[in-house]
Design a protein around this ligand. Structure first.
Ligand SMILES: Cc1cc2nc3c(=O)[nH]c(=O)nc-3n(C[C@H](O)[C@H](O)[C@H](O)COP(=O)(O)OP(=O)(O)OC[C@H]3O[C@@H](n4cnc5c(N)ncnc54)[C@H](O)[C@@H]3O)c2cc1C
Length: 361
């Protein structure tokens, strides 16, 4: 096989986004995928691209803001190159306020948001949201969040890459990264990245299962994403309305759904009455890749010059993936991207428990 500049392991949102950013910089790239594009956690149903809460601003929130603000032009370019939809639409988000304390906190945030979000999105406290159940202290309605159809998005990204001449080798499980004929290797294997990092402390990785569903309900075009206590309701237009997700650290079967999903669906029906008892079109479960921290992680693998890790998208991978891919491309091409400290491999490795000193004999 012809020598590559970069071989990428994994065709999820992280691997494909890295491939996109690298080919844009003129590098000869190929992607190696064990199963098929989007076979991992990027092939799900939910697709909420939503920000962290705007207070206590830090480098991580600034990075995420940039990711969310650039998502619109990123997905427009992908759709144009692929001639396929991604399902992206900036529809904003509604957050119910259930107490006076939350209402007051939301009002304070409303004052800070124009500056923090650079005037690019709004955060208002409103009395109600059409289609949503009444909430005792109103709602926050923000305009930064967007929806993306995960399956359509990774499909479009893969097609855009192919149209740019990038080969995606589906059904090619990489056992040994060093066997790939490339100047640089990128490990973007989601929660299976642990396979390529045997020297890292066991506690570095956890795969966190999530279950979700697509309901056969078309909510009005004006309807935002709705979020409360871990439950997301994401209107995907005529495709239906996605509801997610469970958060399970202990699991045996990665792909099954069970009664814990029913609980999420009940909560969704309480938030948006039109979803109560609605027919289920599809269900899906996947494993979120979580690194040592709940933040994504990028960096050169210890002891190597040319092997890179790009993983740990956890709950925000679909939103932050393209920006993480661009960050990795900058690192590989010798630029100096701005990376929040907690996203670096060194930082996350340092957060693992130190090795126990050998017992004195
Ligand atoms: C239920 C659920 C809901 C979610 N909701 C949202 C949401 O609303 N918004 C959001 O932003 N994020 C969400 N996420 C998180 C998001 O899906 C992940 O953070 C993201 O998909 C991670 O992308 P990835 O490319 O790192 O991993 P993956 O998508 O898992 O991709 C890794 C790929 O590597 C391949 N692979 C593994 N080992 C090998 C090997 N040895 N050789 C070759 N290929 C290999 C796998 O087959 C897989 O295709 C959700 C996740 C779940 C499970």
């Amino acid at each position: 096989m012809e020598r590559l500049d970069v071989a990428i392991i994994g065709a999820g949102i992280f691997g494909l986004s890295a491939a996109w950013a690298l080919q844009e910089r003129g590098l000869h790239v190929a992607v190696f995928e064990a199963k098929s594009v989007g076979a991992g956690s990027s092939g799900g149903l939910v697709g909420a691209l939503a920000p962290h809460m705007p207070e206590k601003w830090n480098a991580k929130k600034a990075f995420q803001l940039e990711a969310l603000l650039t998502a619109q032009s990123f997905w427009a370019q992908i759709e144009q190159t692929a001639q396929q939809p991604s399902g992206y639409k900036r529809i904003g988000r509604a957050l119910p306020l259930r107490s006076e304390r939350l209402h007051n906190q939301a009002q304070v945030r409303a004052q800070e948001v124009p500056l923090l979000w650079q005037g690019q999105a709004t955060w208002d406290v409103v009395k109600d949201i059409p289609e949503c159940a009444p909430s005792s202290h109103g709602y926050v309605r923000e305009t930064l969040s967007a929806r993306l159809n995960p399956r359509q998005a990774v499909g479009a990204l893969a097609q855009a890459l192919r149209n740019r001449g990038v080969t995606i080798h589906e059904g090619h499980r990489v056992e040994n990264a060093a066997s790939l004929n490339a100047a640089h290797i990128v490990i973007a294997a989601g929660h299976q990245a642990r396979h390529f990092t045997p020297d890292m402390p066991g506690e570095f990785w956890s795969g966190v299962k999530g279950q979700s569903a697509l309901l056969n309900v078309t909510l009005p075009d004006t309807m935002p994403i709705v979020f409360e206590s871990g439950t997301y309701i994401v209107p995907h237009g005529p495709l239906g309305t996605a509801v997610g997700s469970t958060v399970e650290y202990d699991w045996t079967d990665p792909g099954s759904t069970d009664d814990t999903l029913t609980e999420v669906l009940i909560r969704a029906g309480d938030l948006v009455p039109a979803l109560k008892g609605a027919p289920v079109k599809d269900t899906w479960a996947g494993i979120r890749p979580r690194a040592r921290l709940p933040d994504p992680v990028v960096g050169r693998m210890p002891g190597t010059d040319t092997t890179w890790l790009l993983a740990g998208g956890f709950k925000i991978g679909m939103g932050i993936g393209p920006h993480m891919g661009a960050t990795l491309a900058k690192l590989i091409t010798g630029q100096a991207p701005t990376i929040p400290p907690s996203f670096t491999l060194e930082h996350q490795l340092a957060r693992c428990a130190p090795l126990q000193p050998a017992a004195k004999t």
